[in-house]
Ligand binder design. Structure first.
Ligand code: 4AD
Ligand code: MG
Length: 461
């Protein structure tokens, strides 16, 4: 049905004095003897528009006030009688109830906490908080594409079903068409999987990197933006089993080059967010993180810190804090350590570089010290790691050695290994967790609240 977006009416002065049709859902309503006031939202903006209904003109206006009900409204746009900010409202001429909404509708006026809202993912999107989150999510996604497209990167869609575990962490979900009863028919796991759909054990991809590297060896600069899956058994505010992953891969780039790209991209998308979503940013600042705007401005204006892993360990050892997890050279940094470094020590994004090779993946370029790899994690205050990044091992022998050390099935990686045989070049890439950067820029503290339907251990809907 023909109608105008509420956002347009509220931002374009051309509409003042004109008759418009709007559609939307009732967010709040007030009924008095002669007048009814309804706040209508159609999802195009965070703000609602006020409908002013004269009961002389619309006789049954009290029946349009139920929260959540859907209306089609015809009326005249006029400057708001009360708002000081040049806002507008609609003097209603005609109203039609598109969809009634009974009193059991769970989103009644009072503020409902995020945890309760998680029990109704199909309805929580209608609240102000999720209205803001998902608009920011959409704007950031577009900004990420813009960043890479404007700089000549080719957008690649890598397969989601794969036979090779990129991170080698054993966190792959299995993909199978086998039934429970089938298992008894086979003598070994190999025989069992040989009879499965693909003739071997396959899973959902944890990362598009390996195929991204294939594409980078043809197009030079590529990026992916799609879902990755991890069967991590960790019930934390930062992990979901299905997350959206941005993975650029750049030929002829060394670690320092790719770090510059990562920093530049983060700054670009934060800047775009500040420019395009001022209302949402103000909303998050008010309800979720005091000082959010200043924090983001700092991100744009300052260089990110670069800290050697070895130095990070020294800092943590000297810290006057009782960490739950041990700190020692060779051990991985836990979220508590990451947050200490980025929140207490630097209070800005920090690249931790040159990790011990034994705690990192097989594909990372081995440094000449024989102990570390040319890898970095970008840590940010409030969230911890948002990016995993590295220069790739371009030398065939060293790559094979790293795979053997990890007891990997070399035959599952023949394509990947060929890249080191046919015109191998230095190259680097990174993976940005889309939900993690969303948490960072909105101040939302649980990853379950920045994705439409979070998938977590023991929880699916
Ligand atoms: O550090 P990770 O495991 O790196 C890779 O997957 C590389 N193959 C990336 C590359 O170099 N192309 O994951 C990258 C990022 C993490 O920093 C984090 O932001 C996000 O992906 N991530 C998750 N986000 C939400 N839930 C999870 N379970 C995540 N696991 C990783
Ligand atoms: Mg990582």
């Amino acid at each position: 049905m023909k109608h105008t977006d509420i956002k347009l009416i509220m931002t374009d002065k051309e509409y003042i004095g004109k008759e418009v049709t709007v559609c939307g859902w009732v967010r709040t309503a007030r009924d008095s003897k002669n007048m009814t006031f309804i706040e209508l939202n159609d999802g195009t903006s965070l703000k609602h528009i006020q409908l002013v209904v004269d009961k002389e003109i619309v006789k049954n206006s009290s029946s349009f006030t139920k929260l959540g009900s859907a209306l089609k409204v015809i009326g005249t746009v006029v400057p708001s009688a009360v708002a000081q900010d040049g806002g507008v409202e609609i003097n209603v001429l005609k109203m039609e109830l598109l969809g009634d909404c009974p009193a059991e509708y769970p989103l009644q006026k009072k503020r409902i906490n995020l945890e309760t809202l998680r029990t109704m993912p199909h309805l929580r999107v209608r609240t102000n908080t999720f209205n803001a989150i998902f608009r920011v999510r959409s704007v950031l996604a577009a900004a990420i594409h813009e960043y890479f497209q404007d700089r000549g990167y080719v957008y690649i869609n890598t397969p989601l079903i794969t036979g090779s575990d990129c991170e080698g962490a054993g966190e792959m979900f299995k993909v199978t068409t086998m039934d429970y009863e089938d298992a008894a028919k086979y003598k070994s796991a190999e025989e069992y999987y040989a009879n499965d759909f693909f003739g071997k054990l396959v899973g959902l991809s944890v990362s598009g990197q390996l195929e991204g590297e294939v594409a980078a060896m043809a197009f030079g600069k590529i990026y992916t933006f799609g879902p990755s899956f991890r069967a991590e058994n960790s019930n934390t505010p930062r992990h979901v089993a299905e997350f959206w992953h941005i993975e650029p891969e750049v030929a002829f780039a060394e670690l320092s080059d790719i770090m510059e790209i990562a920093e530049d991209m983060i700054k670009y998308i934060v800047k775009t967010y500040i420019e395009k979503c001022p209302e949402e940013l103000a909303f998050f600042e008010k309800f979720f993180e005091k000082g959010l705007s200043a924090k983001l401005k700092n991100v744009i204006d300052n260089k990110f810190e670069i800290l050697e892993y070895t130095k990070a360990i020294e800092i943590l050892k000297k810290a006057n804090v009782e960490f739950k997890f041990p700190v020692d050279w060779g051990l991985d940094l836990q979220t508590e350590h990451e947050r200490y470094i980025t929140e207490q020590v630097f209070n800005k994004p920090v690249f931790v570089v040159n990790y011990p090779k034994d705690i990192k993946s097989f594909y990372m370029k081995q440094n000449s010290d024989g102990k570390t790899v040319a890898a970095t994690d970008l840590l940010v205050p409030g969230v911890g790691e948002i990016i995993g990044c590295s220069e790739r091992e371009a030398n065939l022998t060293r790559l094979l050695d790293a795979m053997k050390e990890r007891d990997m099935h070399i035959e599952d990686y023949t394509d990947y290994i060929d890249l080191r045989r046919f015109g191998s070049v230095p190259h680097s890439g990174f993976g940005l967790g889309f939900e993690r950067i969303l948490m960072y820029v909105t101040g939302i503290q649980n990853i379950r609240d920045v994705i439409l339907y979070p998938r977590t251990v023991g929880g699916i809907r």
